[in-house]
Design a binder for this molecule. Sequence first.
Ligand SMILES: [Zn+2]
Ligand SMILES: [Zn+2]
Ligand SMILES: [Zn+2]
Ligand SMILES: [Zn+2]
Ligand SMILES: [Zn+2]
Ligand SMILES: [Zn+2]
Ligand SMILES: [Zn+2]
Length: 560
Amino acid sequence: MVESLARSDSQMSDGMGWDDYEYESVPDLTLDHQMSRDFGPKLTRGFSFTILDKVEIESKQDQYISQIRETLEVSDCIARSLLIRFLWDKEKLIQKYYDSEDLVKELFNYDRHCGMKIDVSSQAPYLCPVCYMDTNNPISMECGHAFCDECYREYLQSQILLGPDSINTTCAQSGCKLIIPENLFQKLCTKEGYQKYYYYFKKSFIDINKTTKWCPAPNCSYAVEYPSMKSTDVVCKCGNDWCFKCLRKAHRPIDCELLVKWCDRIDLGQDDTDIWIKLNTKQCPKCKASIQKNQGCMHMTCSQCRYEFCWLCLGDYRNHTAETGRGLCNSFEDVVAVGRGKQDEMEEKMKLDFMLKKLDHYKTRYTEHYKAISFAQKKKLEIQNQIKNCIEINNKYGPRDFVFLEEIAELVIRARRALTYTYPMRFYLESPAKQIFFDFIQSDLETSLEKLNKRNEEDWQLHLEVDGYGAIHLGERFFKYKQDVNNLRSAVETHFSKVINQIEAGLPDIQDEIDKVLGEADNFHKATQWTCPTCTTINPIAHETCNICRTKQPKIVAKR
Ligand SMILES: [Zn+2]
Ligand SMILES: [Zn+2]
Ligand SMILES: [Zn+2]
Ligand SMILES: [Zn+2]
Ligand SMILES: [Zn+2]
Ligand SMILES: [Zn+2]
Ligand SMILES: [Zn+2]
């Protein structure tokens, strides 16, 4: 009388696949997509990620369920419940299962060996505990909590309204935490209701699983599996490269936290406003209110307490003459004599002023390179169109013959992006020794990228030979060109990969490199002077900090 709803097989019984319930569109695997598959993971941080399409996601999910069913020797219903509880973390589930014998009981608050099941051999009608109606067809899972099918249907339909959370729906008996299996939804719900549930269930495999994420590109339905969960640039088959941790566009070599800090800084200019206020305001010497100077006169009157003071020395304005015998505090000695020397204040202002200029410097470079990324993207599209046209007109050649052009265009984009994010990195870099080295390798990267970009921008079609009938021919000239740019591409790629990895690792070899750089410098000057790594001012060796910007003298120099 009571139907067993445990499945022996996780396949859909009526042959419906996920695609029948699809809510999102699948991108076409056009020529572009197929071509970009071949050079996806280069210049990205981790190589160990996997891209999954819908079919792969679905079969992986089924695999997990059957593996748990077999390994733990549990029913299909329990296997699904467990996997959802463990957010599809199969390894953790197996581990926990062997650590705790009563895992199933603990999690679902029922004992699969206890005698709670209703008596299936009983022919008597069952009294539904919700509506108090007799039913000949009670619905129950293996926990044994039975209700009439009408009550159960109503319950499940209302659960589907919860959206993606409906996959966590538990037995209708309050306190019982056994999760309702998919086939009970299928049996009892409307077709539309079940379709929704099925969609949420399939999607949950990526949604709630910590090691997988959907590609954030619009209309892309691929997912990426990356077990380590660090800040990692991944490249989807759709061509989108994104950070696995924060889902933003790829941002090597800086991590997500630094990116957020930098973007806040340049977008809102919050810190800059603070700096500007500090530069252009002073505190009233009496009531400490902030006073902004907006005219040339040095004679200030506090708007709060009406105290009259001198902007330059912050002294009582009317006492100037009495104190110094002069009208204004133009003599340094006079000011020092009355105890109003403000060397510290001047230094503070210079430092702030320097910070603003430094930010502006790196912000400009960051912004320009950032813009250049979209130029590079346009260039890639242009090249792709040229190739398409070329193949259409001449059926003698196929995409394979021209794919190297796309690879170069793609590398320009990735390298440009990596270079762009070295600027915020440099802005926040504190160690003077590392600053020097950073500038050195950064300018190398720029040179390297410019070389590649130059080849990328030139018209590759000039290397084609055209016969008397207007048909193109790939001759020696073209292959020479191809050889050249391929060599350059591989050199630039190796260079970028190596340096970006090094930057990401925090420049561990820096001490040796600095010694080498300094070894080549003029020994005499090195002994008597040092160059400020921040503002390039040349300072006497005896000065511990830079005369202009107060940066500390790099230790490596002081040692000699
Ligand atoms: Zn009922
Ligand atoms: Zn139950
Ligand atoms: Zn994608
Ligand atoms: Zn990120
Ligand atoms: Zn005041
Ligand atoms: Zn004064
Ligand atoms: Zn300096």
